[in-house]
Design a protein around this ligand. Structure first.
Ligand SMILES: NC(=O)c1ccc[n+]([C@@H]2O[C@H](COP(=O)([O-])OP(=O)(O)OC[C@H]3O[C@@H](n4cnc5c(N)ncnc54)[C@H](OP(=O)(O)O)[C@@H]3O)[C@@H](O)[C@H]2O)c1
Length: 214
């Protein structure tokens, strides 16, 4: 598939590299393709670097891996315009976090979420929340002594979720659980916060979630 990675941080780098290695036509988007940091990220992923607008235009699937604070994700989306996302699958890995004196805090929640806000910004796109509740270091071939971790997804469009499920499975995930429509982002974003709290508390970042079922 044509996959556009929207963001040059660690998440963009990890997912860009992984999908390129699996034979997808991957590009990475950034605010300034001449920025040395963005160029280094694309080089590390082994994919071409484009502007956000160019990346949105070419992707069949767009993976949002942008910062949230300060309106960064909305700004990045606006650099392409909502029309560029129309009819496409948008995988939303974003967490609405902000650094505070006490750590990383959620800035949206309980009655709304970043996932819902992104779906409202992109009404003609099929937004699927995924990857947000696991650290970048475990997004590909996750291996834990406790067993297979879960990847939780949610979104309004079943066909889009089926495609995203396949893309996640390509990265070695064996337990992918659909939590319903995009409103479940409220809970998936809280889970990300819990993942961070556990990391800060223990100083270790080697954990993931598992829903035990009978
Ligand atoms: N790090 C993790 O392990 C992890 C795990 C799960 C989910 N997440 C979530 O995934 C997202 C990406 O995280 P990350 O750690 O890879 O990188 P990040 O530092 O949170 O975001 C990097 C990207 O945000 C863009 N950006 C920053 N400020 C911007 C602005 N004002 N306008 C437009 N774009 C802006 C940057 O653009 P340029 O390319 O132009 O610099 C860059 O592409 C975040 O929402 C994060 O919460 C992170």
């Amino acid at each position: 598939m044509k996959i556009s990675i929207y963001g040059t941080g660690i998440v963009g780098k990890v997912l860009g590299k992984a999908y390129a290695e699996r034979g997808h036509a991957v590009v990475m988007g950034t605010r300034d393709p001449n920025s040395p940091n963005s160029q280094a990220a694309a080089l590390a992923a082994g994919v071409p670097l484009l502007s956000f607008a160019e990346a949105a235009a070419v992707g069949e699937v767009i993976i949002l891996a942008t910062k949230w604070d300060g309106g960064a994700t909305e700004n990045a989306i606006n650099m392409a315009g909502a029309a560029a996302f129309a009819g496409k699958i948008v995988i939303d890995a974003v967490n609405p976090l902000r650094f505070t004196a006490t750590g990383l805090d959620l800035t949206v929640g309980t009655t709304d979420s970043a996932g819902e806000q992104i779906q409202r910004l992109l009404p003609a796109a099929h937004v699927v929340k995924a990857f947000n509740m696991i650290g970048a270091g475990h997004m590909v071939n996750p291996t834990f002594v406790g067993g297979d971790p879960d990847m939780y997804i949610c979104g309004n469009d079943d066909a889009a979720k089926a495609t995203v499920r396949g893309l996640i499975a390509e990265l070695g995930w064996r337990s992918i659980i659909d939590m319903g429509d995009i409103r479940a982002s409220r809970m998936l974003e809280v889970l990300a916060q819990l993942w961070i709290v556990q990391g800060m508390r223990t100083g270790k970042w080697m954990h993931a979630f598992k829903l035990l079922q009978q």
